[in-house]
Design a protein around this ligand. Structure first.
Ligand SMILES: Cc1cc2nc3c(=O)[nH]c(=O)nc-3n(C[C@H](O)[C@H](O)[C@H](O)COP(=O)(O)O)c2cc1C
Length: 408
C-alpha cells in the first residue's frame, strides 16, 4: 500500500494488519448482514445537486454538537474492544480526536478504562453506557465517568439482547478467545499487531475487570458479560440514569418515530438514529433512510444525529442535508486505527473532512451550518421519498441461533 487517499485504503491495510478474529468483529453485521450493507448502499442512492459560479472562498465545516465546538459534525462512535484493533486503541483514538477537534466516545466494553483514557487526554470525552442487570455496577460506572469529567453520557438502547454475528462464533471470538490452531496461525501472521500487544498491559475490558466482584480474569469476565445485559431495560430506567448522571445525555439506537418521541419527551440532549452499524436487528432499515421521518417528528425538540454506513465526507454531507445535526463514525475510524494506530485515525478524519469540504463546495455552499435538503436532487429523481417509505415499512424477521459473548 503506497498512498492512502480514502477510507477504503485504510480498510484494506487494516485487514492485512489486524488478526482476522478482530477485523471480522468490526467488519460484520448480524445474520444475513442486509442492514449492515444497506447502511452504506442507501447513501449511494442519494444524488447531489452540482452548482457552479458560486464564490467558494472561506469555507468552514465547523459546527456544534450538544453545544460542543467541533471541527466538523462528526464524533467517534463508541466501539467495544477497540484496544484489540491496535494496542492501547482507545487512548490512541481519543488523542487523535482531541487533536483534530472532534469528540471521542468511550464504550463500556472498551479495553482501556475510563480513568486510563482520562489520564492520557485533556479534552473531555463522552462515555457510552450499556445497562447491565447489576445496577450498582452501573451507578459506579456513572460516578466514574463523572469523576473523569466526561462531557456527556451516551446511553445505548438497542442492545438489551445481542444480535448474532456468524463470523464471531466461527472465529471463536469469545472471552477468553478460543485459541484454535487457525487462530494461532493467523495471530502469528500479524507480527506488528502482536508486538504492540506484547508491549501493553491493556488486554482486558478495563472498565469491568477489577471493578466487579468475582471478575478478575478473562474467563470469569466471559461468564459475567454473557448474562449481564439487561433485557428489562425500559424508559423508566432512562429517567433514572438521566437523574443519576445529571449532565448532557445522548440516547443511541433510535430507529423508529415513536421511540424518537419518547427520547424527546424524556428531555435528552440528542438522539442517535442508529441500527448499531447493522449488528443488531438484521432486516431493519438503514439509518440514513430512517433519518428524515425522525427529523420531521422531533427535529425542533432534540438534536437528531445519525450513524451507520458513513465511509466518506460525502456521506456526512448527505446526512446533514437530511437534517442530522451530527454524525458518528464507527468502522471508518477503526480501519484507520487498525491500519496505522493514532496516525491512521487522524488520516481517517482528514480524509472525511476534505471530502466533506470539497463536496459541500461542489454543491455551492461554503458553510456546513447552511446546508439543507436543497443540495439533494428533488424527487422524483431524488430517491429520498422512497427511503422514507422504506423506513416506515415493517422490519423483516430473522431466525435465532447460537450466542457469542463478543458484544458491542
Ligand atoms: C466493532 C464495533 C463495536 C461496537 N461496539 C459498540 C459499543 O460498545 N457500544 C455502542 O453503543 N455501539 C457499538 N457499536 C456501534 C457503533 O457505535 C456505531 O453505531 C456503528 O459502528 C455505526 O456504524 P458504522 O460502523 O458503519 O459507522 C460498535 C460497532 C462496531 C463496528
Amino acid at each position: 500500500m503506497n498512498v492512502i487517499t480514502c477510507i477504503e485504503d485504510l480498510r484494506v491495510l487494516a485487514k492485512a494488519r489486524v488478526p482476522r478474529m478482530f477485523y471480522d468483529y468490526a467488519e460484520s453485521g448480524s445474520w444475513t448482514e442486509s442492514t449492515f450493507r444497506a447502511n452504506e448502499a442507501d447513501f449511494q442512492k442519494l444524488l447531489l445537486r452540482q452548482r457552479v459560479a458560486v464564490n467558494l472562498e472561506n469555507r468552514s465545516t465547523r459546527s456544534k454538537m450538544i453545544g460542543v465546538d467541533v471541527a466538523m459534525p462528526v464524533a467517534l462512535a463508541p466501539t467495544g474492544l477497540t484496544g484489540m484493533q491496535h494496542a492501547d486503541g482507545e487512548i490512541l483514538a481519543a488523542r487523535a480526536a482531541e487533536k483534530f477537534g472532534v469528540p471521542f466516545t468511550l464504550s463500556t466494553m472498551s479495553i482501556c478504562s475510563i480513568e486510563d483514557v482520562a489520564a492520557h487526554t485533556k479534552a473531555p470525552f463522552w462515555f457510552q453506557l450499556y445497562v447491565m442487570k447489576d445496577r450498582e455496577f452501573i451507578e459506579r460506572l456513572i460516578d466514574r465517568a463523572k469523576a473523569a469529567h466526561c462531557g456527556a453520557l451516551m446511553l445505548t438502547l438497542d442492545l438489551q439482547i445481542l444480535g448474532q454475528r456468524h463470523k464471531d462464533i466461527k472465529n471463536g471470538l469469545s472471552a477468553p478467545p478460543r485459541l484454535t490452531l487457525a487462530n494461532m496461525l493467523n495471530l502469528m501472521s500479524r507480527p506488528r499487531w502482536g508486538l504492540g500487544m506484547l508491549g501493553t498491559k491493556r488486554r482486558h475490558f478495563g472498565n469491568i475487570v477489577g471493578h466487579v466482584k468475582g471478575v478478575e480474569d478473562m474467563s470469569s469476565l466471559g461468564a459475567w458479560t454473557a448474562e449481564q445485559f439487561d433485557p428489562r431495560l425500559n424508559w423508566s430506567d432512562v429517567e433514572w440514569i438521566k437523574k443519576r448522571w445529571g449532565g448532557k445525555l445522548i440516547l443511541k439506537g433510535i430507529l423508529d418515530v415513536e421511540d424518537a418521541r419518547h427520547a424527546a419527551d424524556c428531555g435528552a440532549d440528542a438522539l442517535v438514529v442508529s441500527n448499531h452499524g447493522g449488528r443488531q436487528l438484521d432486516g431493519a432499515p438503514s439509518s440514513i433512510s430512517a433519518l428524515p421521518a425522525i427529523v420531521d417528528a422531533v427535529g425542533p425538540r432534540i438534536e437528531v444525529w445519525m450513524d451507520g454506513g458513513i465511509r466518506s465526507g460525502q456521506d456526512v454531507l448527505k446526512a446533514v442535508a437530511l437534517g442530522a445535526r451530527g454524525t458518528l463514525i464507527g468502522r471508518a475510524f477503526l480501519y484507520g486505527l487498525g491500519a496505522l494506530g493514532e496516525a491512521g485515525v487522524t488520516k481517517c478524519l482528514q480524509i472525511i473532512q476534505r471530502e466533506l469540504d470539497l463536496t459541500m463546495a461542489f454543491c455551492g455552499h461554503t458553510d456546513i451550518g447552511r446546508v439543507g435538503p436543497s443540495i439533494l436532487l428533488d424527487p422524483p429523481r431524488n430517491p429520498n421519498r422512497e427511503l422514507v417509505e422504506l423506513a416506515r415499512a415493517p422490519a423483516l424477521g430473522s431466525s435465532g441461533g447460537a450466542r457469542s459473548v463478543a458484544v458491542g
